[in-house]
Design a protein around this ligand. Structure first.
Ligand code: AMP
Ligand code: GLY
Length: 423
């Protein structure tokens, strides 16, 4: 089998590493991939904003299976376009991906199907928002409707600040492009869980649960990032809680989408807040999480390709996923300055000795090959990931591997897993 993966981050590196573990997979091609992925895949350049170019590459490669990693190509309809060409693709259609690409759609969908989520209003204009906000008490969460690469959520301490933030979203001042809709939402308190599940459009298979660390600073301080580290353990969710989330959130979502004629085939990432009144949906993503995927796939013992093919063929109910008991953790090494501006192009050393630490895989998020060197190429550079029998051991292995690695301005959080370790 030849597998084509669209994307260039740590998530795609982990996907490539994981599909390569199956005997059935003979070749992995990543478009565009990155410097570190060249070890597991052939990388071909592509612009992930260019639908025609992506289709041309898939047609030229003729893969047996295509996996779409990031949200942007999903929002452009890459899955629909490749299916029209007769290719087998893992990922949701453009219409099904609206669970991620429009927060207004997602919130209304959740309400239609009686799935627990924060109280909200979807507003079409600043005037409508000013009226709706009277019913909300600070802190108030203001969200851009569309994709915003993690920058579209603003938590506001007063109505005035919320109105201002929404104004910035409507005008385009905040994100560069003007939003047609802005969502305001009640603020929820609790622990966040990334609950990912595979779906064939009818059935749902949960992946190992994970907890992300979105803030740049230790102790969960400072600005939001794409994710600075993540861990996955068996104890993150009790079996009864997993069952509850499946029955009341994951399954009704998949069934609701099918009922509305937008069958969701792919991986549904449910961002949950575990509140005092139970789990509430914060957001949906229509794709694997990054860095969740790095930690989750290192615990997956059954072949990933088989499970993805079962989704495409509508046979997920016959498939079971096996997980390594224990834990995994991924610590992200970023460029100094991220999530603000940063410099790139610095050589990375110590990758080989880091990879020799037992149970460790170094996934590259933003690196480039320069001759025989690997250099930094993005804000998030590496996801150093380890699997072990306990979370303490997985973290010790990841941090031991990080001790081996160096690049100018390298930064990472030393407190990944702190919530679990405190308990
Ligand atoms: P989202 O993209 O909707 O997941 O939002 C990004 C982050 O903002 C989440 O991971 C939460 O940490 C935070 N957030 C979003 N919505 C809420 C909410 N209603 N209450 C509290 N925090 C929120
Ligand atoms: N780690 C958060 C995300 O993938 O959206």
């Amino acid at each position: 089998m030849k597998v084509l993966i669209f994307g260039s981050g740590g998530r795609e590196h982990a996907l490539a590493w994981s599909v390569k573990r199956s005997d059935r997979v003979t070749e992995v091609v990543c478009a565009p991939g990155n410097g570190g992925m060249a070890a597991v895949a052939r990388c071909v350049p592509v612009d992930l904003k260019d639908l025609d170019e992506m289709v041309r590459i898939a047609l030229a490669e003729q893969p047996s299976l295509t996996i779409v990693g990031p949200e942007l190509p999903l929002s452009l309809g890459l899955v629909d376009a490749l299916q029209q060409e007769g290719l087998r693709v893992f990922g949701p259609s453009r219409a099904a991906a609206m669970l991620e690409t429009s927060k207004g759609f997602a919130k209304r969908f959740l309400q239609r199907h009686n799935i627990p989520t924060a109280k909200y209003a979807v507003c079409d204009s600043p005037a409508e928002l000013e009226k709706a906000i009277e019913k909300f008490h600070p802190p108030i969460v203001v969200k851009a409707d569309g994709l915003a690469a993690g920058k579209g959520v603003i938590i506001c301490d007063s109505r005035r600040i919320a109105v201002e933030a929404a104004g910035g979203l409507f005008s385009g001042k905040l994100l560069g492009a003007a939003e047609q809709q802005v969502v305001i939402e009640e603020f929820l308190e609790g622990d966040e869980i990334s609950f990912l599940c595979l779906s064939d459009g009818t059935h749902v298979a949960p992946l190992a649960p994970a907890q992300d660390h979105k803030r740049i600073g230790e102790g969960d301080t400072g600005p939001n990032t794409g994710g600075m580290g993540v861990y996955s353990t068996d104890t993150l969710l009790e079996p009864a809680m997993t069952e509850w989330i499946l029955r009341h959130i994951a399954e009704p979502t998949i069934q609701g989408m099918a009922y509305e004629g937008n069958s969701f085939v792919g991986v549904l990432y449910i961002g949950l807040m575990m509140t005092a009144r139970g789990p509430q949906v914060l957001e949906f993503n229509a794709r694997f999480g990054d860095p969740e995927t790095q930690a989750i796939l290192m615990r997956l013992e059954s072949p990933l390709v088989d499970a993805l093919e079962a989704c495409i063929d509508g046979r997920l109910a016959e498939t079971s996923l096996q997980w390594a008991p224990g834990a995994s953790a991924c610590v992200v090494a970023s460029s100094s300055g991220y999530p603000g501006s940063y410099k790139a192009g610095f050589p990375i050393s110590g990758l080989d000795s880091a990879a020799r630490v037992p149970g460790v895989q170094v996934f590259h998020s933003g690196s480039a090959a320069q001759g025989d060197r690997i250099v930094t190429a993005a804000g998030r550079v590496l996801g150093v990931t380890a699997v072990a029998e306990s979370l303490e051991e997985a973290l010790a292995r990841a941090y031991q591997a990080l001790d081996e690695i160096q690049f100018e301005g390298m930064y990472y959080r030393r407190d990944i897993g702190h919530r679990a370790l405190k308990k």
